[in-house]
Design a protein around this ligand. Structure first.
Ligand SMILES: Nc1ncnc2c1ncn2[C@@H]1O[C@H](COP(=O)(O)OP(=O)(O)OP(=O)(O)O)[C@@H](O)[C@H]1O
Length: 447
């Protein structure tokens, strides 16, 4: 007996130490070998309670073998009505949880299909997601992969955005990896799929860091980078060696926008001559270099000190809008950064915003900016944008043109790293003069 009393705690201690060592030595195998089976059992065993607690169960009439009621004795008996039914087989109301599919492990948690009850919609599960996350003791639960009558719940045990380590360079043309998504996979920006991006957020929310990551990712690629920086050039001047053109004053901006629109029109003419719809269908030797245009603090482009600037601002807006409308097919892409891009900036801004199909919303100061940036996306995305904490700069909500959204975080790319990349790949910078004179000139009347 004494030996047994010693043996059990000793064995428990051994298992605890062994698990701790295993977990620290090889977390992945610990998760698949021990953590996941434990969670699997827990989720299935508690699902009925969790679903009922989160309001996802439905009452159904079912045949059940009911037990006799327990007689109540003493003073309580006076106030309690005791049902004196006999044990028998009869129809009673029972709570039915939605049916769970197979719990599939992921690197950071699991995903599981749920069959919706009649009358339920995915939004019911989005509302319940926080409650389910608390019940499952995980960092977050997201509704993903909606199909008729089914959804997938994606549970993440810890926030993968606490520490982000990726290399922005993907080695694929016009594709960068600026950070991580909340499901643990890489966040990929592919300009050929989503040609133009809006990068919005309050001051110190991480917009410039994301621009640095994009520059670092694009610098080794055969693309031309162009900068617009009306904050006196302080943001983009350090990357000048890798920029084919940089405009830092309003007249420079107008001239450069004129060149860009001219370049797009020249590419358009080239495609017309060769009977193709976009530059990607041209033969390799004729295909022009893709251009990625980065605009820092877009509001500066639209601000006017006096009436004399009104005309310039209108021309700037028109040129940007034309680039956004036509650029996609002709490999001219926009990344527009700013604290907000609303109709208050001037006419044409709303039209410009609607052309920017990729949306990135960092921490914002007011709910309107989140709505403005993300549009009429899922309300859960807007809530997620509003709750980005200030102590996690770089965290953002990313929405592509297919309506899906993710919480993401850019990898930390300090200025000196982006600057180093700009110097290292300076030899890949096409000169602006060569770039714009390589095609037949069709200059527009923008400037
Ligand atoms: N992904 C990130 N990981 C860690 N720190 C970050 C990240 N992104 C930004 N930061 C930190 O947050 C600070 C603000 O970032 P950043 O300058 O990019 O913000 P911003 O939105 O461009 O601000 P502003 O509008 O004032 O220029 C930086 O000093 C940087 O150190």
């Amino acid at each position: 007996m004494n030996n047994l009393a010693l043996l059990i705690p000793a064995l428990a201690a051994l298992v605890a130490v062994g698990s701790w060592v295993w977990r620290h030595w090889h977390p992945a195998s610990f998760w698949y070998g021990a953590g996941y089976p434990f969670r699997l059992a827990l989720v299935y065993l508690t699902w009925a309670h969790v679903a009922a607690g989160c309001g996802l169960s439905r009452t159904r009439r079912r045949w059940r073998w009911t037990l006799d009621a327990v007689p109540v004795a003493g003073s309580a008996a006076r106030s309690v009505t005791v049902a004196t039914c006999k044990r028998r087989w009869r129809r009673v109301d029972v709570e039915r949880a939605p049916r769970l599919g197979w719990l599939r492990p992921t690197r950071l948690g699991w995903r599981v299909r749920v069959r919706l009850h009649d009358g339920q919609v995915p939004a019911d599960y989005e509302r319940a997601a926080e409650g389910i996350a608390h019940a499952w003791r995980v960092h977050s639960v997201r509704v993903a992969d909606v199909r008729p009558g089914q959804i997938t719940l994606w549970a993440t045990m810890r926030d993968p955005l606490t520490e982000v380590r990726v290399n922005p360079d993907t080695g694929r043309l016009l594709t960068v990896r600026p950070g991580k998504l909340d499901n643990g996979s890489d966040w990929i920006i592919d300009f050929r799929t989503v040609p133009h991006w809006l990068n919005a957020g309050a001051t110190q929310s991480g917009k410039s860091n994301l621009a640095n990551a994009i520059i670092k990712g694009l610098a080794p690629q055969p693309v031309a980078l162009v900068g617009f920086d009306l904050k006196g050039g302080v943001e983009f001047t350090p990357y000048a060696p890798r920029l084919s053109a940089l405009a830092t004053t309003r007249p420079e901006c107008l001239a450069l926008l004129g060149d860009l629109v001219g370049e797009v029109e020249a590419r358009m003419a080239l495609c017309r001559v060769h009977g193709v719809r976009n530059v990607w269908h041209l033969p390799d030797h004729l295909r022009p270099v893709p251009v990625v245009v980065l605009v820092d603090e877009v509001a500066e482009l639209f601000l006017m000190a006096d009436r004399a600037e009104k005309d310039q601002v209108a021309k700037t807006g028109t040129a940007l809008l034309r680039l956004a409308q036509l650029g996609r097919a002709f490999a001219v892409h926009l990344v527009i950064c700013g604290q907000r891009i609303g109709s208050d900036l001037g006419p044409g801004v709303t039209a410009l915003r609607s052309q920017l199909s990729g949306r990135i919303c960092h921490r914002v100061n007011d709910p309107e900016t989140a709505t403005m940036t993300l549009g009429d996306l899922d309300p859960a995305a807007l809530d997620a944008a509003r709750t980005i904490p200030a102590q996690m700069p770089g965290v953002c909500i990313v929405a592509g043109q297919d309506g899906t959204w993710h919480r993401a975080r850019s990898v930390y790319v300090p200025e000196h790293e982006a600057e180093h990349a700009a110097h290292t790949y300076a030899h890949l910078t096409p000169s602006w003069a060569d770039l714009t004179s390589s095609l037949p000139a069709v200059r527009p009347a923008v400037a």
